[in-house]
Design a protein around this ligand. Structure first.
Ligand code: NAG
Ligand code: NAG
Ligand code: NAG
Length: 361
């Protein structure tokens, strides 16, 4: 039996916006919706089976309210108009003016009277989503076993690994999905062209006695900062960009939170001045693994890394990294491609733009 190990670090951030994607935007969007659909179905099947509370996902996986992207500079007006014309396949994009935007989001401020609106854009809650994907994989293994395709099993082992080589004896393939932490593995340390970038997000609440709630169905906003709407009295705003940070902790100190708010509130206020009446409740942080800029954009880093580990080429160790802040967008499509490459032991199945980073090492 083939044994695969998959290392995962849960991302703390959620800020994938389906816009200006250099690589296969339509394909990414389609695969992402497919996985989302599968994970939502797995949650409802768990709920209908009424499994123990500890196994349940009790938070929403996704908010479907659309996203509004107002222009914040004159230059951006043109870029946005252009991206509205180059729609991402299934994901509709409309150019709208201030009046139309105010109907969607009361009290929105639009300095350049121009915005794009993506009615089908979504905002994903990454941790419950990953949990649900794992349920879905368990369900699939069970179904395959029940229908006579034995030998498919899936386990979650929570353990510390000091070196990749420790996994080499037991597994046929090891896929490293450690985000910015991939660089902490001794075999990969200093060899990946990744820059870390810490981001803080803040949860805000509107006190009950203050009017002007966020619209029940109003879209989220993507501007110089973003607002992810979670309800009339709950918003999440983000995100900051602290390059080369080595602080991997999801916790945010009071001081870091206050610095983040100082940076975020003015950016959010420029498009949504009412934010000033909202109160801060908590902050979380995550670290992006930013890949280098190439003429094709900032592309994820994929491929076989056997040569970094022990120099034997057997297609055993694979990297899935450098997704930057676009992991939610890229993960499904790239995950599918990478799994095909791993199972057929053929790296050429991965687009060469994504594996060419190794030639530069
Ligand atoms: C999602 O899954 C349901 C069945 O569970 C199906 O009817 C629907 O078409 C799917 N949607 C997409 C976008 O795949
Ligand atoms: C804050 O709320 C008060 C009371 O509802 C209102 O008068 C004021 O205009 C609000 N401030 C902003 C910046 O929205
Ligand atoms: C690997 O995949 C490429 C691209 O699809 C294909 O051209 C090549 O024949 C494959 N190699 C092997 C050994 O299967």
């Amino acid at each position: 039996m083939m044994k695969l190990a998959l290392g995962v670090v849960l991302p703390g951030l959620q800020e994938d916006w389906f816009i200006l994607i250099p690589l296969k935007g339509a394909e990414c969007w389609k695969e992402c919706l497919k996985l989302l659909n599968i994970s939502e179905a797995s949650v409802s099947s768990r709920e209908s089976k009424n499994l123990a509370q500890e196994n349940c996902v009790d938070e929403l996986l996704v908010w479907r309210r659309g996203i509004l992207r107002p222009a914040t500079t004159l230059r951006n007006v043109d870029i946005l108009t252009e991206s509205a014309q180059n729609c991402l396949g299934e994901c509709r994009i409309e150019s709208i003016d201030k009046e139309a935007a105010s109907n969607l989001i009361p009290n929105i401020c639009m300095p350049y009277n121009s915005a794009i609106y993506m009615p089908e854009a979504i905002n994903i809650n990454p941790q419950p989503y990953l949990k649900a994907l794992f349920f879905a994989s368990e369900n699939l293994a069970e179904e395959l076993t029940a229908s006579g395709y034995g030998g498919k099993e899936i386990y979650l082992h929570k353990m510390s690994v000091n070196r990749l080589l420790e996994l080499g004896g037991e597994y046929n393939a090891v896929i490293i999905c450690l985000g910015a932490k991939a660089d902490m593995l001794p075999e990969l340390s200093g060899k990946l062209p990744l820059r870390t970038c810490r981001g803080v997000i803040a949860h805000l609440q509107l006190p009950q006695d203050i009017r002007n709630e966020y619209g029940e169905h109003s879209p989220s906003i993507l501007s110089d900062a973003w607002i992810a709407a979670r309800g009339r009295h709950n918003l999440v705003i983000g995100s900051t960009w602290k390059w080369r940070s080595r602080n991997y902790s999801p916790s945010v100190s009071a001081e870091e939170a206050s610095m983040a708010l100082k940076e975020l509130i003015p950016k959010v206020s420029a498009v949504y001045p009412h934010i000033q009446n909202w109160t801060f409740t908590e902050a979380r942080a995550g670290v992006r693994a930013m890949p280098p800029k190439t003429p094709l954009g900032s592309l994820p880093l994929l491929g076989c890394v056997d040569d970094f580990v022990d120099g034997n080429y057997r297609c055993k160790y694979w990297l899935f990294g450098g997704l930057g802040s676009r992991g939610l967008l890229y993960h499904a499509w790239l995950g599918k491609i990478l799994s095909q490459a791993v199972l057929s032991c053929n790296e050429s199945l991965i687009p060469s733009e994504l594996t060419s980073w190794r030639k530069l090492q």
